[in-house]
Design a protein. Structure first.
Lengths: 298, 271, 298, 271
């Protein structure tokens, strides 16, 4: 079934106020265009699960987030998004794990089991303040381990290099918590640099990280991970983005001009190219290196 | 301040930290590193005495070759020509299963028993200071055989007891406290490296092992910047200073673009 | 470090009597050449962990196996290997799981945790006869689940399409329990159709399933998975193999001629080509289909 | 024996089983199949009323296109041009997490409550008969929303109670027995298909739903080959017979090489 649709439609149809939302892309190829669309649509009361997703600060700053499952977030005054949320009485609850802990809550979700044991977090003070980290006795050895509770996000969004029209999605480069996160999610939105013919996918099916029947929507969105880099496609401007959305004035001007002031991501990119020095986007071009093909057949 | 941090010096206190970190990496080590000084230590070791060490980065990178020093943990340059690209779960599981020999982490604070606080000062719900949280640091300290903590030293950052244990060191310092918590024997903090000194652990308690006298530190100064009456190792020495060759490799090969001058990232640039 | 060595050396050096041995290749690309070498070296008292590895019957038939962790094995009179082992008083203990159960004991091993929860096996009679399947209470929901005990094989052997001299191994096609099995193993032997330049690996590092520091030995062995098929390389003759080693006479003639009667796998293949009808090996050639390359670079 | 198994007939009892299996596959189903008749059912459905169904095979295959019918579960032909190739853990986790709607398994025996025995008859340690064990069957029956068991029927294979539960049906037939064991609600055996009849479950107990009269079976014959006094559904019917078109697709497209004639694999050939 062809699932290709616009970003507007994918977000309005499959992301609902109150959802638990997984965002892929641990510092690599996050679904930035999709996040901007969620902000534009003001979908709120979200619970956020992600690891080091830069544009997640917009969701917090715009008061759309109730709770964040995280290993690492700027929660201090240096992040205006947090200050703005706090001033508006919309500061989320931060439920803190280690990074591995986040990958485990999602793995347990992917596996369909309610918890998973671990040796992380147990010697720390995190379990005291996070009721979803506890301890469990090994039924074989009798030893105590940590245990984290499974999470099944209502919707997971991933940005990938290529995907077919039905939703078979392929990503390469560092994978962060992408595989566990989208596979744990009940609904999945794939945004992709390029929709490719299904045969491109099928000539290298080991690279597929989620199969089509698990995917609700496919959105073709070139440069959809900018300001982050994406392997094989473009390098990034993470620190530039943090500067553009860090101090109050920068942040407010960014959301006014580049989120609410544009109708979609293509317009965002066009507007950003006007604001930034000439050659800003050209600068992200990479020196392409091709892999050797693999062989299949029978 | 007697510590050398002047760019005009042949090397700075941050350079000394990087070199001391590199010296902790053995030829066949599997090293977990994050952004900042640990990246420099790992690359310096790789380009000098440990060319075969494996470098692991939490986003899912496993590599045995050097790479262009990045401004962020995950960049296309750090990914490029890796031996293996995978995810956080896979590389952390390598750690949990005991395959990572040496881990490096930064720290907000470190206490007498090597516990690291990256979370908050004061009450958790009404902190007087907040850091960003564990990231992968808790995992590294929980799993690696030897964990090395690198931070700039001040009394405020070296309290007798941290308000929040983000990464368990020897917890309350009693014998077997890690194991009691469920952590595996043979893991835990091995060293703390600061701009002033290097510290090891004796019976679960931090002791001054060597003083960074090469950059002007003295034992007196070191003790001033510790929040408890710290013990000194019987075999206290000077920290091995950087050699000319090490500084040359650091400048010319590890960080030719001078991204991490003095241990701090230079302003914005393309990742 | 270059770890390339002969099969004889890899097996004699890294497989020891009494070891728990993981064999990769669930009906796809099993390390058949390595298994034959273990038989030739008569390394015994093994505990075997594998899923549907055809040549494992030789290890059982030759009396080298004490225990088998398995989801599926011919244990009846139709398999002469089992009859021979029983007659020699060398019938292994079969510790039975579901197939998913085997993948889980290995996953727990890979993760470094002593057990993992599951909803498989619990409603069956398997836990009554397998002390390494039990139940565990979820510390969050209070519900009871199944739990299987982790296994860390002493040595895991995998056959792959390509690997560099240091041990960075890449396999594609169906993966069975390969990833969990070799990553759970303490020592790893990689046998490969072809040793490739490290740059081939590094231009597609997402395909690496185990990194070099986890690998003890690399053996280049073309046709090393025959009689099984291997994606991109050759099709297989599984049923032919089962016929060749099923009935008593066939089995005894096979081990005499094609295991003990040859010094290594190249000789085995040569001898087999002589025994089989002309064109036997040519028949396994595939119609090659190439994947599109992926791009990396910066 | 009145059952048609003659190759000269237009279709055999095995064909009827295949077609009845195909009819259980809905257009958007995610179907788990293994070697033998279930492969034929899935391909027949894909080439007729369910072209968009997803086919999952335990070795790690996920595909939405047809494939050359194999002689073994995993062949290069079955792998070729899949949507996704991964491993047993991944596809089984899809099941455990509730994403596989319909699973097919074979069986050594099936009892009154749908429990399947693929392990042994008699004492576990001194069995009078041994099968090869669960394979993936326990996982399928534990996880899938609806599991369909296909086997040739005889009284010996339809005991009132199996000696060994390899795959849990409704266990002891009491309400909630699966849930009590830890299995998820909304899973379990949905149908049993034999050469004589199709069976569904009412309150956890197997009932005759339809008789394969198209191949000469009668209710009397069906009851003879069941090891307990089986109930009959109030709306008992004849099993929907294969259409000419279904037989044509089966012969010409699903199995043109006649590999699974009469439900049994033809002699050795190249995989």
């Amino acid at each position: 079934m062809n699932k290709v649709m616009t970003m507007h439609k994918a977000i309005s149809r499959f992301v609902t106020a109150g959802d638990t939302l997984f965002l892929s892309g641990m510092q690599h190829g996050e679904p930035a265009a999709a996040v901007h669309e969620i902000v534009r649509q003001k979908i709120d009361r979200l619970t956020l699960v992600s690891v080091l997703v830069a544009t997640a600060n917009l969701l917090i700053g715009e008061g759309l987030v109730d709770r964040v499952l995280t290993g690492y977030t700027n929660q201090d005054e240096r992040s205006y998004a947090v200050v703005k949320a706090r001033d508006a009485g919309r500061l989320p609850v931060f439920e803190e794990y280690s990074h591995f802990g986040i990958s485990l809550v999602l793995l347990a979700g992917q596996m369909g089991i309610p918890f998973i044991p671990t040796r992380s977090e147990i010697g720390s003070d995190m379990p005291k303040y996070n009721k979803n980290i506890t301890s469990v006795k090994c039924p074989f050895t009798g030893e105590y381990l940590g245990a984290v509770r499974a999470v099944n996000p209502d919707v997971g969004i991933i940005h990938v290099q290529r995907c077919d029209a039905e939703g078979n999605a392929q990503k390469w480069g560092t994978m962060g918590v992408d595989v566990e996160g989208i596979n744990a999610s009940k609904k999945v939105i794939v945004t992709t640099e390029k929709i490719v013919d299904a045969d491109v996918i099928r000539r290298d099916p080991n690279r597929t990280i989620i199969p089509s029947f698990r995917v609700s929507a496919v959105v073709e969105q070139p440069f959809g991970a900018h300001p982050m880099h994406l392997a094989g496609c473009y390098s990034g401007d993470m620190w530039g983005y943090y500067f553009d959305t860090g101090p109050k004035e920068n942040y407010e001007s960014y959301v006014k001009e580049l989120v609410y002031g544009v109708k979609d991501w293509d317009e965002h990119l066009k507007r950003k190219a006007e604001i930034k020095p000439p050659g800003y986007f050209e600068n992200f071009r990479i020196n392409a290196v091709e892999s050797d093909p693999i062989i299949t057949g029978y | 301040m007697i510590i050398r941090n002047d760019e005009n010096d042949k090397y700075t206190a941050a350079d000394q930290m990087v070199v001391a970190g590199a010296h902790q990496i053995r030829p066949d080590d599997v090293v977990y590193v994050g952004l900042g000084l640990p990246f420099l230590s790992a690359l310096l070791a790789k380009y000098t005495h440990a060319p075969e060490c494996t470098i692991i980065i939490e986003n899912g990178i496993v590599r045995t070759t050097g790479f262009e020093l990045p401004r962020a943990t995950d960049t296309l340059g750090v990914q490029f020509m890796s031996d293996q690209l995978t995810g956080l779960f896979y590389v952390s599981s390598l750690g949990q299963a005991g395959h990572i020999t040496t881990g490096f982490i930064g720290a907000g604070q470190v206490d007498r028993y090597g516990n690291v606080n990256d979370t908050c000062v004061g009450d958790y719900y009404r902190p007087s200071h907040r850091w960003a949280g564990s990231g992968g640091a808790n995992d590294v300290m929980s799993f690696c055989r030897r964990t090395i903590t690198m931070l700039r030293q001040s009394q405020r950052r070296f309290p007798g007891k941290v308000d929040f244990i983000t990464c368990p060191g020897y917890i309350d310092g009693t014998l077997g406290s890690r194991e009691k918590a469920g952590l595996l024997p043979g893991t835990g903090p091995a060293m703390v490296i600061t701009d002033l000194a290097c510290y090891t652990f004796e019976n679960g308690e931090m002791v001054v092992k060597s003083v960074n006298s090469s950059v002007g530190a003295t034992l007196e100064k070191v003790k001033e910047e510790v929040g408890w009456d710290i013990k000194v190792a019987a075999d206290l020495t000077d920290t091995t200073p950087p050699t000319d060759e090490e500084i040359r490799v650091l400048r010319e090969r590890v960080d030719p673009r001078r991204i991490w001058v003095g241990g701090k990232r230079t302003p914005i640039g393309k990742d």
